[in-house]
Design a protein around this ligand. Structure first.
Ligand code: NAP
Length: 247
């Protein structure tokens, strides 16, 4: 059974796995041998096909976090040992114009669903006295303020906090809880920024690595954090940003 980076024999749930970063994480975990359940509010067939084409195993599961409790009963007795909370949305408007509906929608998916999915996963592992790994997808806006995204910034700061408290509570039970803070990654989430020539040029100019991130950059990091090599890493919010925060 594999080396310190192997995920053979492990079962993972990745949320928002139909596209972007979630899809890359699902493919990466499967590439290390995990069986990956790819969850989304739309079917994740493309991701499951990519996993199968690379010789791995995965399946698609419908989960819509418009209901933040959507995952509350899926972990009991199901044998999961890896959870990646990746599903997220972004709504842009000046703070003085920001609507309550946008605030609630962003908070529900990006923070409330993330916490209660962690809770359900943790409960199942504690009941089985089984070890596991949680990886939450945070953001540079877990550290910085951003512009015109107040609910997103509040939620992502919250993701960093939730990651740390759960790490504290669950470390004695051999469950690690970490977050990845992706830099600027070329996905649907950042399409509006890349469509704005001035913002796009300003962002690229500030990234020390000199390129936007690729979803696979995050996939590899998630596979590492889920692996035996990372069992002493917990409560970390790891920047994967081409040097952005170091600048
Ligand atoms: P994306 O392509 O828009 O992916 C977001 C994923 O979340 C999609 O699979 C989306 O499904 C899913 N999702 C949204 N609402 C959902 C709901 N109610 N129930 C279930 N799934 C839902 O963007 P991405 O960049 O890959 O984003 C993935 C994560 O990375 C997010 O948490 C985002 O905040 C974070 N992030 C991204 C960047 C970046 O630069 N791209 C930087 C920092 C953090 P649909 O396809 O159906 O909408």
């Amino acid at each position: 059974m594999g080396g310190p980076f192997s995920l053979k024999g492990r079962k993972a749930l990745v949320t928002g796995a139909n596209t972007g970063i979630g899809q890359a994480i699902a493919v990466s975990l499967a590439g290390q041998g995990a069986h990956v359940v790819c969850a989304g509010r739309r079917a994740c067939d493309e991701t499951a096909d990519a996993i199968a084409a690379a010789g791995g195993t995965g399946e698609s599961l419908l989960l819509d976090f418009a209901d933040p409790m959507a995952a509350s009963d899926i972990f009991d007795g199901a044998g999961y040992s890896i959870l990646v909370n990746n599903a997220g949305i972004i709504r842009r408007a000046d703070s003085v114009e920001y609507s309550e509906a946008d605030w609630d929608a962003v908070m529900d998916v990006n923070l409330k669903a993330l916490f209660f999915t962690c809770q359900a996963f943790g409960k199942a592992l504690l009941a089985d006295k089984a070890p596991g790994a949680v990886i939450n997808i945070a953001s540079l806006l877990s550290f910085q303020g951003g512009i015109r995204v107040p609910a997103y910034t509040a939620a992502k700061h919250g993701v960093a906090g939730v990651t740390k408290i759960l790490a504290n509570e669950w470390a004695p039970h051999r469950i690690t809880v970490n977050a990845i803070a992706p830099g600027y990654i070329a996905t649907n989430n950042t399409q509006a920024l890349r469509d704005d020539p001035e913002r796009a040029a300003a962002i690229l100019d500030r990234i020390p690595a000199g390129r936007w991130g690729d979803p696979a950059d995050i996939g590899g990091t998630a596979a590492f954090l889920a692996s035996p090599a990372a069992t002493y890493i917990t409560g970390a919010v790891l920047n994967v940003d081409g040097g952005w925060l170091a600048r």
